[in-house]
Design a protein around this ligand. Structure first.
Ligand code: GLY
Length: 354
């Protein structure tokens, strides 16, 4: 089992290894005294893994209630949050009790936000069951729900007290979900870790999934330690997200987040005039991981969609632009540049896919 310690306003461990789901109660007991806990999942994950988590927590002395909501990003809203808060109340949780988020990014973000605001903040544990949540959203304390005016627009910083990533669970993911998470790992490789990109570009890294998760979490540990509240260098984690966000919006969220971030990372590199060999390498890495390398929308539609990005500040947007593999820069650009940047990126995609 690997252990990565996160130092933020509160500190905690991320444990990565095989068989952790069935030890989740025992491992949690080392950081939280047995108490009441609400196990939160979507209905798919609840059916797959809810019983095993409940047995483990119950066996370790926790008094477990369960809350499951319909799977999908559409559930990450105030209505589900309200139901979740009511379930926490009905389970009789007090400030010293616990929320356990068992699931992907939607579950972690929403259960984390409920834990942040219930009784002015109670502890929560993240047990990510998707690769995307394991390499990114379960670590660093960003919690939120979506609003009609934007994704993650109502939320809070609230660090978990423990993150448990069971690599056996990740290995059971369908290929599309593994690809979706691989995109965030590719992003980490481009940002800071050429060896990680090398590991990913064969597309056959599943036997080393613990190494992939650990390298991403180690990078995130360093970023969060330096900028927990996202006022500076945490913005590097948004590589590929401005371009990807535009694709997600244009597709009305039918393109998965990771799929959009993957091609968005390639588009950012193209917009930054990275050398052709680097673009080709990224393109081939996306393909090897079953990720899209095309974009179906035109520059005008993408630029308009990018304007709804919360990373925009008035007439400027901060872009993360790759310089070489393992090195990127932040650059503020007027939003009026967006259309030309998307045009350049789309030209590159056409060339690379020809
Ligand atoms: N997922 C980006 C961040 O944690 O800042």
């Amino acid at each position: 089992m690997r252990k990565i310690h996160i130092s933020a306003s509160t500190s905690y461990d991320v444990l990565i290894g095989e068989g952790l789901l069935d030890k989740s109660g025992e491992l949690t007991r080392k950081v939280v005294k047995p108490c009441k806990c609400l196990l939160v999942s979507d209905d798919t994950v609840d059916e797959l893994y809810g019983d095993r988590a409940q047995i483990s927590f119950t066996y370790s002395g926790f008094d477990v209630a369960r809350f499951a909501f319909p799977a999908g990003e559409a559930s990450k809203n105030l209505d589900t949050l309200r139901d979740l808060l009511m379930a926490m109340g009905e389970a009789g949780l007090s400030r010293s009790d616990l929320v356990v988020a068992l699931g992907g990014g939607v579950t972690g973000d929403m259960a984390g936000f409920a834990a942040a605001i219930y009784a002015r903040g109670i502890p929560f544990v993240q047990i990510p069951t998707t690769l995307l949540a394991a390499v990114d959203s379960s670590v660093g304390g960003k919690t939120a729900v979506d609003m009609p005016f934007g994704k993650n627009m109502v939320g809070a910083f609230h660090q978990p007290c423990l993150v448990l990533t069971d690599t056996d669970v990740l290995r059971e993911l369908p290929p599309e979900q593994l690809s979706n998470g691989a995109a965030e790992a590719i992003k980490c490789g481009v940002l800071n870790d050429e060896a990680l990109l090398t590991l990913l570009e064969g597309g056959d890294w599943q036997d080393q999934i613990d190494e992939v998760v650990a390298r991403c979490v180690a990078y995130k540990r360093d970023v969060v330690a330096g900028d927990e509240f996202d006022t500076g260098n945490r913005a590097f984690l948004n590589l590929g997200h401005t371009f990807g966000h535009a694709i997600e919006v244009c597709s009305r969220l039918t393109v998965l987040h990771g799929q959009a971030v993957g091609v968005g990372t390639l588009m950012a590199a193209a917009a930054a005039d990275c050398p052709e060999a680097m673009l080709r390498r990224l393109h081939d890495c996306l393909k090897a991981n079953g990720l899209p390398t095309r974009c179906d929308y035109d520059a005008q539609a993408l630029a308009a969609a990018a304007l709804s990005d919360k990373k925009r500040a008035g007439s400027e947007i901060t872009l993360v632009l790759p310089e070489e593999i393992g090195k990127c820069r932040l650059e503020k650009r007027p939003v009026s540049d967006l259309r030309a940047l998307f045009e350049k990126a789309l030209d590159a995609l056409e060339r690379l896919n020809a």
